[in-house]
Structure formats: structure tokens, C-alpha cells
Design a protein around this ligand. Structure first.
Ligand SMILES: [Zn+2]
Length: 268
């Protein structure tokens, strides 16, 4: 897996370099996406690149991310695509490395100028922050914490389909944590807002970074307390209680939703 720590050595030809065109990862058609590009290969294919944003170390090798121009892609050699297309197709640690690369690149792209005084920023704190060259205001990568919750009622689980998003899945409920709110409070509020029921016994289970664009999904279990399902039609198309033997199509096991559903039924 990608070891996240400060890269403090001089860039070399043997560094790993993740490449993106805007939000799309660029992979070589000649090998699988978990054989990462070396810096010398990137420079051979795309010309001189900057040092790039440091990501940490993959198997002891310093790793960076750079953006290239779509015009420099060679259709016979390169494939660019959303990270969604890699999800579940590469090992989880490889997907997480691509996810970190995309988030660091997006953050750098969105913070070229100071949000306070609009002067140019430059990397500081070993590349972990961007600091304003005029006023010193520094910006760190922003994560958006979200809760995702498997609500149980006896041996049944609440699953819902989202309004306006044809994922084909029945999934657990999820939503962003509001400023000033605890994760547990967000669970209770989101469930109440989306399906009109109250829950109790909210407990943390696991988490997953989700780089679309920069969520940190915090997974919970909660128990049904009271109320009938009344969906918010702006958020939810359909919601109901399901048993192990009548499950609809659920998200894949690599996703945190899939993991919560699996863990719920593992003990029932
Ligand atoms: Zn400034």
C-alpha cells in the first residue's frame, strides 16, 4: 500500500509517477494499471514534467502525481478514464493510491492562489500544505466527512435507491456531516430526513476514503427505534426492509456499503 509520509529525497528517474488528464487516470495499454509509471517513462512519453505533488512511498519508492495535456496522449499507447473504472478491478491498496493521487492533484489545482488575498501559493510543510507567498495563509487538502449507515430492525436491513441516480443498487443511507455536528448526530439526522424514522444505538464500524471528489466515508450500524418509512422524494426513490433471503441488487463488496451489508447479515 501507499505509505503516506513526507518524501524528502531528490526526485529520480526511478520514482513512481501517477498521471492524470483532469479527473481521469492515464494508464499504459501495454501493462496493468498496478504497474505504475516510472518518472523516466513519463518523461519519455510526455516530455519534461514538473516534479509533481509528492504522495508518499509505494514499496519504498517515492511516488508523485502530475497532470499532462490530453493532446499528448497517444491512442495506441495510453488509456485515460475515471477512477470508477478501476474500482473493484485492481487491489484495494492500488485503488487507494490512485485515489490519493487524484485528491492531491485536485487540491493543488484548486489552490494555486490564496483564498484570502489571491496571491500565488507554494508548497510547504513537505508538500502537505500550500502556503500563500504574500500573506502566509496556508491550505491543507480538504476532506469531506460523510456518514453511511446500515439500519437494522431485527434481522431486516433498511435499503434504499437514490432519487435521480440510476446506480441499479439498493444501498445503505449516506450523507455529509454538517459543520458543528458529530458523526453520530449526522447518522440520526440523515436517516430521519431521508426516510422519516428515528434510530438508536448508533455505533461506528469502519471507514473508506472515496475520491469522488474527496469524501471520507464513516460507516455505522444503527438500530430502528420508531416511525414508519416516509421517503424524501428529492433524495430517495424507494426504501424498504430486507431480509438476508430477499436481498435486491446491492453494492459490490469492495464498497463500504457492501461491507456494512455483509457484516450486518454475517451475525444474523
Ligand atoms: Zn494570501
Amino acid at each position: 500500500m501507499l505509505e503516506i509520509k513526507t518524501v524528502d529525497e531528490t526526485p529520480s528517474d526511478e520514482d513512481y509517477v501517477f498521471i492524470f488528464v483532469k479527473e481521469n487516470a492515464v494508464v499504459s495499454l501495454r501493462r496493468p494499471p498496478d504497474q505504475f509509471w516510472l518518472r523516466r517513462e513519463v518523461e519519455h512519453a510526455f516530455g519534461k514534467i514538473g516534479v509533481g505533488a509528492p504522495l508518499g512511498y509505494w514499496a519504498g519508492t517515492p511516488s508523485y502525481v502530475v497532470e499532462v495535456d490530453s493532446q499528448d496522449l497517444d491512442a495506441m499507447e495510453h488509456l485515460s478514464g475515471s477512477l470508477y473504472s478501476l474500482f473493484g478491478r485492481v487491489p484495494d491498496a492500488v485503488f487507494a493510491a490512485y485515489g490519493r493521487a487524484l485528491q492531491m492533484l485536485s487540491w493543488e489545482r484548486d489552490h494555486k492562489f490564496c483564498g484570502r488575498c489571491s496571491a500565488i501559493t507554494a508548497p510547504t510543510d513537505g508538500g502537505k500544505a500550500l502556503a500563500c507567498t504574500a500573506c502566509g495563509h496556508s491550505a491543507y487538502p480538504r476532506l469531506n466527512p460523510c456518514v453511511i449507515v446500515a439500519v437494522g430492525k431485527g434481522d431486516q436491513l433498511l435499503l434504499a435507491t437514490a432519487a435521480g441516480r440510476a446506480t441499479g443498487f439498493h444501498s445503505t443511507l449516506a450523507g455529509f456531516i454538517e459543520p458543528g455536528e458529530s458523526a453520530e448526530q449526522a447518522v440520526i439526522r440523515e436517516v430521519q430526513e431521508e426516510v422519516g424514522i428515528s434510530v438508536t444505538n448508533v455505533r461506528y464500524v469502519t471507514s473508506q476514503p472515496w475520491p469522488f471528489p474527496s469524501q471520507l466515508m464513516l460507516g455505522f450500524f444503527a438500530d430502528y427505534a420508531e416511525g414508519d418509512i416516509v421517503i424524501d422524494p428529492l433524495e430517495i426513490a424507494h426504501a424498504d426492509w430486507y431480509s438476508r433471503n430477499d436481498l435486491p441488487t446491492i453494492p459490490p463488496p469492495q464498497s463500504i456499503a457492501g461491507q456494512l451489508i455483509q457484516r450486518f447479515f454475517d451475525v444474523r
